[in-house]
Design a protein around this ligand. Sequence first.
Ligand code: 8YV
Length: 327
Amino acid sequence: MSKHVVLYKKLSPALMQRLQAHADVTLIEDVKSDEGMARLRDALPHADGLLGASLKLDAELLDRAVKLKAVSSVSVGVDNYDIDDLTRRGILLTNTPDVLTQTTADTGFALIMATARRVVELASMVRDGRWTQNIGPEHFGTDVHGKTLGIVGMGRIGEAVAQRGHFGFGMPVLYHSHSPKPDVEARFDAQYRSLEDLLHESDFVCLTVPLTAQTERLIGAEQLALMRPQAILINIARGKVVDEQALITALQNRQIRAAGLDVFDREPIQTDSPLLQLDNVVATPHMGSATDETREAMARCAVDNMISALSGDKPKDLVNPSAWHPH
Ligand code: 8YV
């Protein structure tokens, strides 16, 4: 009896072929549309496996997936899943760590550079024909090299950001994490700080923590008030790690210099969001891992995790090992 995988994120032809060699596959395109969601709901009762990303997999959907054995997420973040509920249901959850680490850290530095040197704002000035004379102080940015980089969250991506800051830009690196990381301190001459001290001492604050009950709204009005007026906030984690209204107020009042944001409370961000009206905000569309190479590598990991799970083998990137029971 062949297995049935429901796919809600398109795969390249090569990866689709790889998956179809092991299961029947139903592709649900545009799962966030009403029609797409209706098709997903109809397909779930027949699914042994579910593969995709950026969809909140809630209990109502899982209740429909009576045969489901594995969910393979094309993401490293797993905040879209109730891991305990999946485990209780005996459903394996896998993700795609590692393959996106460097690309996401590159995005972090793209935002650091773009925000500090006002690249988007000034490039728009050129494009719009408003570059009519040598730029003056009103258009100056701020240096990145040598400035203090504060990293909130020291996992794989945080380490890759620290590497870039230390070796690439000669930045003193501070970090806050749930526990000190002596190896990171040795490799990048990094220093552990409390969150409060990091916010007070850093010129750039880069958020790389996963979204959990402990990190939701980690950065609010109180935390933003600890940052320096010339400091810049970078968020490549999740939008909900920041109190977005408090950030808007801090940016409007120039309480901090600027923000580079790749993630938002709601995605896509509402077009009338005040964040999009501020010239000291660089906003990108959750593109952290969005390169040809990395997204294909992520999808390949997700396909291989799914194939392992459906074949009765332990998947490489298992998020909930307690749900695994060798046959
Ligand atoms: C996107 C991410 O979610 O991996 C994550 O957790 O935030 C991003 O990589 C992913 O690319 C969606 O497919």
